[in-house]
Design a protein around this ligand. Structure first.
Ligand SMILES: NC(=O)c1ccc[n+]([C@@H]2O[C@H](COP(=O)([O-])OP(=O)(O)OC[C@H]3O[C@@H](n4cnc5c(N)ncnc54)[C@H](O)[C@@H]3O)[C@@H](O)[C@H]2O)c1
Length: 267
C-alpha cells in the first residue's frame, strides 16, 4: 500500500487527486493539508462536485502551517502538491525533512526552480512537471520533432485557461518554448505584443484567460504559403490528476533527484 499526503486538498486539483486515491486499491490517503476549512472532511464542499471517495472520507483537512509535525506522525510515502508557488517551496522542504517522496504539480515555480532542485537532490525522489497529462508530454515530443524540420519558420504559442488561473503564461507553454529552443538554439521569448512591435528572432507566447477552460495549447509553425498547427486540449482535470497518481506510484522506487514526467511515461 502506498501512503499519500496531499497539499492543496480543497483545491480543484487536490480534491480530484484525493478522489483518485480513494478509488485506487493500492493507495491510502493519510493526510490532507490546506490553509482554509481546517477540520473539514476531505471531498466535502470542494466545489468540484466530486463524491467523497470510499476510504478517504474519515481524513480531515489539516492546517498546512503544521505540515512538518503531521508528516512526521503520519509518515506518508509520497506528498502530492498542487498549491501555489510560494507555498510549494515550504511544502517541499517539509517533505524532504521527513524523507517523503514528492509529486510537484504547482506551476509558476520558475523563480524557485533551482532552490527546489537543490533541496531535493540526494535526499528524496521527486517528479516535477508543469503538466502531468500523458497527451501534453507527447505534445512536447512532437514539438521537438517538428522544430528539427521547420524551426526556421515563425513560431507562436497560444494558451487558454480558466479565469482563476494565477500564473501566465502557463508552465506548459513555457516548457513548449523551452523544448523548441533546445532544438533550434535559444530564441527570445516575447510574451504578448502591443503597439509597434517589429518581429525579431523570437517565439511569441500569448495567454488567454476566461470561463472554465481547463487548458488549451497550440503551437503554430508558420512558413511562406503554409503552416502547421500542433494542438493539445484537456477535456477535464482528470488528464492531470490521473498522471499525478501514476507518477506517485512510480516515484516511490525512483532515485533521489528530480525526475520529469517523460521518465514516468518512458517517452
Ligand atoms: N502540473 C499539472 O499538471 C497541473 C494541472 C493543473 C493545475 N496545475 C497547477 O496546480 C496548482 C493548483 O491548481 P488548482 O486549479 O487546483 O488551484 P486551486 O486554487 O483550486 O487550489 C489550490 C489550493 O491550495 C491551497 N493552498 C494555498 N496555500 C497552501 C499551503 N501553503 N498549503 C496547502 N494548501 C495551500 C488553497 O487554499 C487551494 O485550496 C496551480 O499552480 C496550477 O497551475 C498543475
Amino acid at each position: 500500500m502506498i501512503t499519500v499526503a496531499v497539499t492543496g486538498a480543497l483545491g480543484r486539483m487536490g480534491s480530484l487527486i484525493i478522489e483518485n486515491i480513494g478509488d485506487a486499491p493500492d493507495m491510502e490517503l493519510v493526510a490532507a493539508f490546506d490553509i482554509r476549512d481546517i477540520g473539514m472532511p476531505v471531498g466535502v464542499g470542494t466545489g468540484t462536485g466530486a463524491s467523497v471517495a470510499a476510504g478517504v472520507s474519515d481524513v480531515r483537512v489539516s492546517d498546512a502551517r503544521k505540515i512538518n509535525a503531521l508528516l512526521a506522525s503520519t509518515s506518508p510515502d509520497v506528498l502530492i502538491d498542487f498549491t501555489i508557488a510560494d507555498a510549494a517551496v515550504g511544502n517541499v522542504k517539509a517533505a524532504v525533512e521527513n524523507g517523503v517522496a514528492i509529486i510537484l504539480g504547482t506551476t509558476g515555480l520558475e523563480p524557485h526552480q533551482e532552490e527546489i532542485a537543490g533541496i531535493i537532490a540526494g535526499n528524496v525522489p521527486a517528479v516535477i512537471a508543469p503538466n502531468f497529462s500523458v497527451g501534453v508530454n507527447v505534445f512536447w515530443k512532437l514539438l521537438a520533432e517538428a522544430a528539427a524540420y521547420i524551426g526556421d519558420w515563425d513560431i507562436e504559442i497560444l494558451e487558454a485557461h480558466h479565469r482563476h488561473k494565477k500564473d501566465a503564461p502557463s508552465g506548459t507553454a513555457m516548457r513548449a518554448a523551452d523544448v523548441i529552443s533546445k532544438v533550434i538554439g535559444g530564441k527570445e521569448l516575447v510574451c504578448g505584443r502591443e503597439g509597434l512591435a517589429p518581429r525579431g528572432d523570437e517565439i511569441g507566447i500569448h495567454a488567454i484567460r476566461g470561463g472554465d477552460i481547463i487548458g488549451d495549447h497550440l503551437v503554430l509553425f508558420a512558413g511562406d504559403g503554409e503552416r502547421i498547427e500542433i494542438k493539445h486540449q484537456a477535456h477535464s482535470r482528470q488528464a492531470f490528476a490521473g498522471g499525478a497518481v501514476k507518477a506517485a506510484r512510480w516515484v516511490v522506487d525512483a532515485s533521489k533527484r528530480v525526475h520529469g514526467m517523460e521518465e514516468v511515461l518512458g517517452i
